[in-house]
Write a protein that binds this ligand. Structure first.
Ligand SMILES: [Zn+2]
Length: 463
């Protein structure tokens, strides 16, 4: 598979450090607020990279962090209010309860759009010792200094490669940038905090060699990525907005600490734009996955919508586009059901489709090409229905659209299931609810979803 590497600015073959096993780190959600569709588009990039590599037969190990400390204040200002605390005050919850709530919401929203959760999702607050250790190492190696305030800063002038990812090299950076507030404690305006001294009233703080405080945001990703993936790993993903300063600073930290490159490929996803303010129900012009469901749209269709645009490009979200994607996904599911049993072997026309599909994925995840190939296959007079079904079932391991749903729901209950359903309907008619509940449990244990309808009990395989 070839991916665009933001660092080299070229499309390159992904060659894993460990043969056959690709290690990926993704910047995860900041959990004092909900994730929105723009965040989910970025997370989908990691999901797609993973699925495409697995389709090629590679093993993937993916880590995505949970930012529950560190990204909460303006890094450079000691007085800035912790956003986690603000959220906690607003909602009457403790900071850790806020983190827990929004972590669960983020996981639910990721699952709703069919994201395969990463193998590990470490929390920043569980890795304070690792961040302190990394900070100590950077001080020892001459890359960081303790300011008079007790806060520890990274000395950007100590790292000649600073700016290589974002292009924001020191000679181009000028004081006055929003991230470069002049601070008398800092030697250079671009120096960034590795450890901040806790101000008065701060709840989330930890002891350190420099007094009670809390880590900077960037240091968590260096500490956790290297802890779980080692000091050389393959792909680091994130949104375009994270290139600077977050990823630039991460490179300075990680490479400063180990003395060599750590990440082979930096993959960044483009923004999702919302056209028209009034489409947003919630404040701040933000749309969340549950809003799709409220409107009767299948959240998996959001995947199909994002496939229309190359992942690096900005993408416009419109409700019309989302509705069209929803209809198309439902139509594909119907077609899959109509095509009958999947063929066990592919003829030449189907093999050619398969080759095109693999090539499009390998070509820097060319999902707009994949969309065309799916449409071509759907319409093709040359590929027999059973082969179409077999191909789409396989491709769905990457597409993640649950294309077998209708085919599955056309499933017929066997005699045993029909007997249990009839018994349950009798029990309900006789208002024998304990027995009806027992029968429901029995059906559920058989892997079935049990629905109470006006026509009685209906069952179908759970998906
Ligand atoms: Zn990060």
């Amino acid at each position: 598979m070839r991916l665009y590497n933001s660092l080299s600015r070229e499309v390159e073959e992904v060659v894993s450090v460990e043969s056959g096993r690709v290690k990926i780190y993704a910047c995860g959600p900041t959990v004092y607020r909900y994730v929105h569709l723009g965040n989910l588009r970025t997370f989908l990039l990691t999901d797609l990279i993973r699925r495409a590599l697995e389709y090629e037969g590679q093993d993937v190990f993916a880590v995505q962090n949970i930012t529950d400390v560190g990204h909460m204040t303006d890094e450079s200002s000691a007085e800035a209010v912790d956003k986690m605390l603000l959220a906690a005050e607003d909602e009457g919850l403790q900071p850790l309860e806020i983190a827990e709530k929004y972590t669960q919401e983020a996981l639910d929203d990721m699952a709703a759009v069919g994201i395969h959760l990463p193998d590990l999702m470490p929390k920043a607050t569980d890795h304070i010792p690792e961040m302190i250790e990394l900070t100590e190492r950077l001080i020892d190696r001459g890359h960081a200094y303790v300011a008079d305030s007790g806060s520890v800063y990274y000395d950007v002038t100590s790292f000649p490669g600073y700016g290589k990812l974002s292009g924001n090299t020191l000679d181009k950076l000028k004081a006055g940038h929003r991230d470069l507030e002049t601070d008398p404690a800092k030697r250079h305006p671009a120096d960034f905090a590795l450890w901040k001294v806790a101000g008065p009233g701060r709840l989330m703080k930890w002891p350190s060699p420099w007094g009670d405080g809390f880590p900077g945001w960037h240091v968590e990703c260096s500490a956790m990525s290297m802890k779980y993936l080692g000091d050389r790993f393959d792909i680091h993903t994130g949104g375009n907005d994270l290139k600077f300063p977050h990823h630039e600073d991460e490179i300075a930290q990680s490479e400063g600490a180990v003395g060599h490159p750590v990440v082979s490929t930096w993959a960044h996803g483009g923004f999702l734009q919302l056209t028209g303010q009034k489409i947003a129900k919630s404040t701040g012009n933000v749309i969340r996955a549950p809003e799709l469901i409220e409107r009767g749209l299948d959240p998996l269709a959001f995947r199909w919508l994002t496939f229309q645009t190359r992942y690096r490009s900005e993408m416009d979200f419109t409700w019309e586009g989302m509705e069209t994607a929803d209809q198309r996904v439902r139509q594909l599911r119907r077609h899959v059901a109509e095509w009958g049993e999947p063929a066990s072997e592919l003829g030449p026309a189907a093999e050619e489709m398969e080759a095109r599909f693999r090539e499009a994925l390998a070509n820097d995840l060319d999902m707009p090409a994949v969309v065309l190939i799916v449409n071509d296959l759907d319409r093709s007079p040359h590929v027999p229905p059973g082969e179409k079904r077999a191909l789409l079932a396989a491709w769905d391991r990457v597409l993640g659209l649950d294309l077998e749903r209708d085919a599955r729901e056309g499933w017929e209950p066997d005699a045993e299931v029909r007997r249990l359903v009839a018994e349950r309907d009798e029990a309900r008619a006789a208002k024998d609810y304990p027995r009806s509940d027992r029968l429901r449990d029995e059906l559920q244990e058989m892997g079935l979803e049990v629905m109470d309808t006006s026509a009685g009990t209906r069952v179908r395989p759970r998906h």
